[in-house]
Design a protein around this ligand. Structure first.
Ligand code: SF4
Length: 213
């Protein structure tokens, strides 16, 4: 597998925010979000080729059975990833898959010990036309749909998506790094979006915009 990095930190995003987690960041992405904060895992040569057993050994090193698979876009390496995830689930791991909202997660990710965290890319990303809204409606109540919001246009778009589609998953509104969390929180309160969680990227609050945390 092409691996960008493996590290141990706290979960900085979504419904598992704050929980100690091992991160497996896979290399390569077929989207190009304007505000991407992990371009080192999207293009270039900054990755390591690792066998599945190498990856497993590295994950085990931290003694934590909670793993977040992120990227880049992890589902680009779907075949190998399915084998790895099946193996990890068999050993009692719980998994969060972070994926871009344009690819269908294979059956193994719909396991009860796996949370699918899907992005709905808003207009500021430049990727909104690539989204698969049918997938958003298939997410389970334990999964999450995350809107990364930069401005008023993104906010209005997110509200429109929530109105139009029947989504059972947890909804997260997260400001683009540099956009005001307070602005976003006040919008959600004023509009009485009572089912929406407004969350920061906690790792950036703690450590700033640096790699490997
Ligand atoms: S999908 Fe994620 S990794 Fe890919 S370009 Fe967008 S933000 Fe970056």
């Amino acid at each position: 597998m092409k691996v960008s990095e493996i590290f141990f930190s706290i979960q900085g995003e979504g419904v598992e925010i704050g929980l100690p987690t091992v991160f497996l960041r896979l290399f390569a992405c077929d989207l190009r979000c304007s505000w991407c904060d992990s371009m080192y895992a999207v293009e270039g040569r900054d990755f390591k080729e690792m066998t599945l057993s190498d990856v497993k050994r590295e994950l085990e090193r931290f003694g934590c059975k909670r793993v977040c698979i992120t990227g880049g876009e992890p589902l680009i390496q779907k075949k190998e990833l399915e084998v790895l995830v099946r193996d990890l689930l068999g050993e009692g791991y719980s998994i969060v898959l972070e994926t871009g909202g344009h690819k269908e997660p294979p059956p193994v990710f719909w396991h009860e010990s796996c949370i699918i965290s899907m992005d709905c890319k808003c207009p500021s990303s430049g990727m909104e036309k690539k989204m698969r809204f049918d997938l958003f409606e298939r997410l389970r109540p334990k999964d999450q749909l995350k809107f990364v919001i930069k401005d008023e246009v993104d906010y209005a778009y997110a509200k429109e998506v929530l109105n139009r589609y029947s989504i059972k998953a947890n909804i997260v509104f997260q400001p683009v790094y540099g956009t005001s969390l307070r602005w976003l929180a006040e919008k959600v309160i004023n509009d009485r979006l009572v089912g929406v969680r407004v969350l920061p990227q906690l790792h950036k609050v703690i450590w700033g915009d640096v790699r490997g945390v």
